[in-house]
Write a protein that binds this ligand. Structure first.
Ligand code: XMP
Length: 316
């Protein structure tokens, strides 16, 4: 019988035994796994943990503040780094999706290594690897080849740290249960997965600060709307895409020529295949009205009704 309180005590004991008096570095992504790991490690070793959250400017509205507000009061020694200019500078003029992923991966490692030197030396690198990740990398093929998945977990081997991976035997639901007992707020604990490259792969083509700003506001309306209407937990993932399409519309008695946004929501067990979520028409109507009223750069809203396959969940 699986007992979360008992597991927490065991994991804490295991970490203390492995780390002894050493110092541990952890990259926080804002998702449930790394946040929960931050809480667990802080319980186990206090300020010998340094958790680093890199704000690459590709996050959702208010995300950095939410992570800070969730983890700092619970005692996590959290450093947040504003790296927005570096990332956006490196992405300027780049429109190829794979190229964008590679640049973000490279910039992430660069920024993380810099922080590691600043706050180090460290003896260990902690990662929120789960049991399914262990299995998947043992299998080593499949969907991973379709897109080069950049993830904050994917650090280079030459970072000469020993790894601390207390969640290697756990499933996501178990991590969520541990998170609950450790006091992680529900909005992070039950959050949909969010890709490492963030909004960059939802801002089709070249990423500019202006486009990101539009996308953040659309995304916030959609995700807040899903929560408000009680639909969030019924979807596995939901997102807004800013397309490069501009089309003609009318506003008052003015002609407009503005962007199209696509909303996407899916249900899935494993993210390898997915169905588009049958969201209620009234909800979609409300979202469409809110978006065009509040985000003047948008004059057309479409809903993606494609499964995976043949589409992927993200548009890039
Ligand atoms: P696709 O678009 O391939 O996405 O159907 C499947 C799941 O993976 C996420 N995803 C990523 N996660 N780095 C990540 O950490 C990435 O580069 C990346 N690309 C896709 C996607 O959000 C979905 O949950």
């Amino acid at each position: 019988d699986w007992n979360a309180e008992h597991i927490i005590e065991e994991l804490i004991g295991g970490v203390r035994a492995q780390v002894e008096g050493g110092r541990v570095l952890l990259a926080i992504s804002g998702g449930v796994d790394s946040s929960t790991l931050g809480l667990l490690l802080s319980r186990a070793i206090g300020d010998r943990l340094t958790a680093v959250f890199i704000d690459h400017g590709l996050l959702r509205l208010g995300e950095r503040e939410q992570v800070e507000a969730a983890l700092r009061p619970l005692g996590v020694n959290l450093v947040t780094v504003d790296a927005r200019e570096e990332f956006l500078g490196a992405l300027a003029g780049v429109s190829d999706p794979e190229q964008k992923r590679k640049i973000i991966g490279r910039e992430f490692i660069r920024a993380f290594e810099r922080e590691a030197r600043k706050y180090g030396p460290f003896d260990f690198l902690a990662q929120g690897t789960l049991y399914p990740d262990v299995i998947e990398s043992a299998g080593g093929e499949g969907a991973a080849n379709i897109k080069s998945h950049h993830n904050v977990g994917g650090l280079p081997e030459d970072l000469a740290f020993k790894l601390v991976e207390p969640f290697r035997t756990l499933f996501k639901d178990e991590v969520r249960e541990i998170a609950r007992l450790l006091g992680l707020p529900d909005h992070i604990r039950m959050r949909h997965p969010f890709p490492g490259p963030g909004l960059a792969i939802r801002c089709l083509g070249e990423v500019t600060p202006e486009k990101l700003d539009i996308l953040k506001r659309v995304d916030d309306i959609f995700i807040s709307g899903l929560r408000e209407f009680g639909l969030y937990d019924g979807c596995s993932q939901a997102l807004a895409v800013l397309t490069p399409i501009q089309s003609v519309g009318v506003m008052g008695d003015e002609r407009t020529y503005s962007y199209t946004t696509a909303l996407r929501a899916v249900t899935t067990d494993d993210f390898m295949t997915a169905e588009w979520a049958r969201l209620p028409y009234d909800f979609l109507a409300t979202m469409s009205n809110r978006i065009v009223n509040q985000v003047h750069e948008i004059n057309r809203v479409v809903y993606d009704i494609t499964g995976k396959p043949p589409a992927t969940i993200e548009w890039e």
